[in-house]
Design a protein around this ligand. Sequence first.
Ligand SMILES: *Cc1c(COP(=O)(O)O)cnc(C)c1O
Length: 233
Amino acid sequence: MEQIRENILRIREEMALAAEKAGRDPKEILRFAATKMNDSARVRAAVEAGVDVCGENRVQELVQKSLENAYAPAPVHFIGHLQTNKVNKVVGKVDLIQSVDRLELLEALQKTAQKMEITQDILLEVNIGGEESKSGFAPQDVMDMVARMEAYPALRLRGLMTIPPVATFSGENRRFFAEMHRLSVDIRAKKYDNVSMDYLSMGMSDDFADAIMEGSTMIRVGTRIFGARTYTK
Ligand SMILES: *Cc1c(COP(=O)(O)O)cnc(C)c1O
């Protein structure tokens, strides 16, 4: 647990350094802990050490750790691929769904949120590297999607999220982060009704400094906080 604290302190320092280089206020960048495969005790340690947000990418873990009250007082987001038949376990249970990656999911979220009579905050996930293996809207389709958000009045679009390709050298993804930033600036300029660009969620353990240099407002960190995950299940 002490290690988790130390890791978060170090990340905070690196964030401040990157922000300073970019002439930004570090306070405008949220520290998000990707808590997958870590139990409630470890999640709590991270929240106590000062992460701003937690996030899960599996519905099962979200449900389990919510029951165990792992996240409070930190807000919790969903960041994984969401099957439409599990939408009702996530809508209204998380503060933000970051990984809205396809039209079919938008429709399902709208239907569920409307039925529950709530407004669900979402981000659109952008497949910025155009990778076959990743979900998300193609960059050239995002503008059209955003223009159609008025068809989803139970949803409120709060920004964009991306997972860039795995980099082979440091700095390789900066151009993708820059492209994401341009997209969000273009969208904000349109001033659509249920659309704001409060969040630009990008940057993970290996590249959060680059993402901050290019305008990220939320870095999502797992490994650098909790250590390497061992996928045995
Ligand atoms: C796991 C995960 C992260 C964190 O990845 P690390 O490389 O461990 O920092 C960020 N975003 C998403 C969507 C994830 O699933």
